[in-house]
Design a protein around this ligand. Structure first.
Ligand SMILES: C[C@H](O)[C@H](O)[C@@H](O)C(=O)CO
Ligand SMILES: [Mn+2]
Length: 417
């Protein structure tokens, strides 16, 4: 059967549940996912004086062909995006600045250092998001940055974050879509602290200074990302979930929830509706923790579907800024982007094809039998036929056919690096 024939059959199945399939597809077309550049080069960046990866995050694997230059990284991103339906965004880090061989320290970064990224984004109709990089630097060697007891080091990182907000604003003004600039810091202690409050006071003061300059939200939004622990900060992280949730609510910033940054049984899907009650917007780093914050490639698993269902059933596609955050160096990196981003979009389509109103009514009248039965039966509805049709409509390869092109790209480009 052709894609259209299987689609026609599947569409009738969903219409029987009262789903407007065409409307669901149109809605999905409007969703932009922020694709993280750092999967393409194992969070290396392009600084003249590069430091080793630090900050308590790990990239494992040594699959050949990672991008070594901005041009290679942009080419790999273009290749991956050619397999991903829809119009999306690319999420950059400050270490991806292009300074033409000049040594520019992070507190001195300027919009001009990202001009090539903006020209590229314009050419490919992409939005850009941004992150200050408060790791992989000599001034972050002891694992402390914005909360550091040394005022000079703290000021360096405050100035770096201030510079990054201006770069984010530049992205927003140039591209006509607000840039989300997300601050994550590695600050914490390996072992039991003797004082949890003082570092958090310093972080709060640092953030207050960083955000003192108001930037038009038409061009720029601020997010703060919490964490539970890192390698070397197992006992205590200054920027905990409670800290940033409170800070974001009190200062009207976006709280960014990374799905790898909570206890293994603590689900981000369970948090979204609570935040939506108190904040206009929130942000996500969708990742897949295996045993710890391992940043595995996102798969089409229960939690991904549940996150998508929470966003869709609460009509929050405009309020939740969906970013991805995984870095697997054990597989082809173009394939990693493709798998993870297509899965995020699949999960959103799955949620858009779910009779959410009917399920809500079943819950409200206490019919938990039908609620469970229907949610389970939906898992074997012909969702894949709708996804294939969507991919074909969006001129991207259907099913695993994109792998052929990835193999060719690997042979002709990646393995020659
Ligand atoms: C590279 C990112 O800033 C990083 O992954 C951060 O978002 C994070 O999740 C750290 O664990
Ligand atoms: Mn993250």
């Amino acid at each position: 059967m052709s894609v259209n024939e299987t689609f026609a059959f599947a569409k009738k199945e969903y219409e029987r549940l009262g789903i407007d399939v065409d409307k669901a597809i149109e809605k999905l077309k409007s969703v932009s996912i922020s694709v993280h550049c750092w999967q393409g080069d194992d969070i290396g960046g392009f600084e003249v004086n590069k430091s080793d990866l630090s900050g308590g995050i790990e990239v494992t694997g040594n699959y050949p062909g990672k991008a070594r230059t901005p041009e290679e990284l942009r080419a790999d991103l273009e290749k991956a995006l050619s397999f991903i339906p829809g119009k999306h965004r690319v999420n950059l880090h400050a270490i991806y600045a292009e300074t033409d061989g000049e040594v520019v320290d992070r507190d001195q970064l300027k919009p001009e250092h990202f001009e090539k990224w903006v020209q590229w984004a314009k050419k490919h109709n992409l939005g850009l998001d941004f992150n200050p990089t408060l790791f992989s630097h000599e001034k972050a060697e002891d694992g402390l940055t914005l909360s550091h007891p040394n005022a000079e080091i703290r000021q360096f990182w405050i100035d770096h974050c201030k510079a990054c907000r201006k770069i984010g604003e530049y992205f927003g003004r140039e591209l006509g879509t607000p840039c989300l600039t997300n601050i994550w810091i590695p600050d914490g202690y390996k072992d039991t602290p003797s004082d949890r409050l003082t570092p958090r006071k310093r972080l709060k003061e640092a953030l207050d200074e960083i955000f003192a300059e108001k930037i038009d939200e038409a061009y720029h939004l601020d997010a703060v990302e919490s964490k539970l622990f890192g390698i070397g900060s197992e006992a205590y992280v200054v920027g905990s979930h409670e800290f940033y949730l409170s800070y974001a609510l009190k200062n009207n910033k976006l709280c960014l929830l990374d799905t790898g940054h909570y206890h293994p049984t603590e689900m981000v899907s369970n948090k979204i509706s609570s935040l939506l009650l108190y904040s206009d917007r929130l942000a996500l780093h969708v990742s897949r923790p295996v045993r710890w914050d391992s940043d595995h490639v996102v798969t089409f698993d229960d939690e991904l579907r549940e996150i998508a269902l929470e966003i869709v059933r609460n009509d929050a596609l405009e309020q939740v800024m969906i970013g991805l955050d995984f870095f697997d160096a054990s597989i082809n990196r173009v394939a990693a982007w493709t798998i993870g981003t297509r899965n995020m979009l699949k999960a959103l389509l799955y949620a858009l094809l779910t009779p959410n109103e009917h399920l809500r009514e079943l819950q409200e009248k206490g019919d938990y039998t039908k609620r469970l039965a229907l949610m389970e039966e939906l898992k074997t509805y012909p969702f894949g036929a709708i996804w294939d049709y969507y991919c074909e409509q969006m001129n991207v390869p259907i099913k695993e056919s994109w792998l052929t092109e990835v193999d060719e790209y690997e042979a002709q480009v990646l393995l020659k690096r």
